[in-house]
Every structure is written in structure tokens, then in C-alpha cells.
Design a protein around this ligand. Sequence first.
Ligand code: RB5
Length: 155
Amino acid sequence: MKLAIGNDHTGVAMKNEIMAWLKEKGIEVVNVGTDSTERFDYAVSGYRIARLVADGEVDGGIAICGTGIGISLAANKVRGIRACVCSEPYSARLSKMHNNSNIIAFGARVVGVEMAKMIVEEWLSASFEGGRHARRVAQIMEIEETQHLKAAEQE
Ligand code: RB5
């Protein structure tokens, strides 16, 4: 497995801890975030992670900023990306099972490193369930592709 990881200036220490932990597990990690605590725009890292995921260069992405919000918003602007901000493991698991998330995001100012590891662990061990969830994810993609949703515009 190969993951992209990225961050802004708020997430350097957490990124380093998560990267080291993933490598211990034998997971390859591509670091596209900043390694400096000088201010760094989260959209740059969010885009870089999303690009690698959308292009199939990696199997998924981990995005870290202060809250996880800005970096996930940026990543979600890339076609095919479903970046989900999660502050606990239950939502992380469900984001994969129901929403087929391909990037998990969290806030370095919101969760501690041990919670972040649990979030990543649950997300990595979950699988998309498909079925009725596939229809709903397809609807999200339809909005992304067409800026419309037929199911909402009928009647
Ligand atoms: C940086 O101060 C902060 O705005 C950023 O890390 C993130 O939380 C934005 O969503």
C-alpha cells in the first residue's frame, strides 16, 4: 500500500509522527506537505495529495491542517476526490464504508497524535460496502461532473 500525506505549517509534527508510524507498518508514504513551521497554505498540500489520489499514483491520502477543514475543502475540488474530516475513529470507518472516502483529513489542533493514529487505523482497515451506498456516492459524482442532480430535479 502507498499513501500520500500532506499538511500545512500546523501539521508538521503530527505528519512526522503519522509517517513514522505508517512506515513501521510497512506502508509506503509520499510526503507532499511542508516540513517547515513557516506559514504554508493548506490548499497547496490539499491539491498535491488530491492530484496523486485522483491520478491513481497512490491508494489514498492523509491530509492534516489546523482543523482538517481547509485542506479537505481544497482536496475536494479535484474531480474524483472524497476527502472527509474526521475527529474520531467511528466517522473515519464509516467514511470509507458508506462514502468511499479516498482521503482522510483531521486537525492537528483538534486531535492528539494517538487519536489521529486510531482514525487512520480504522480508515485503513475499512472497505467500501457498495450496494445502496454506491448509488449515493454516484449521486455525489454526478453533481461534481454536471453541477446537477437528476434525482433532485425530477417532478
Ligand atoms: C492555519 O492557521 C489554519 O487556518 C489552517 O491550518 C486550517 O485550520 C484551515 O482550515
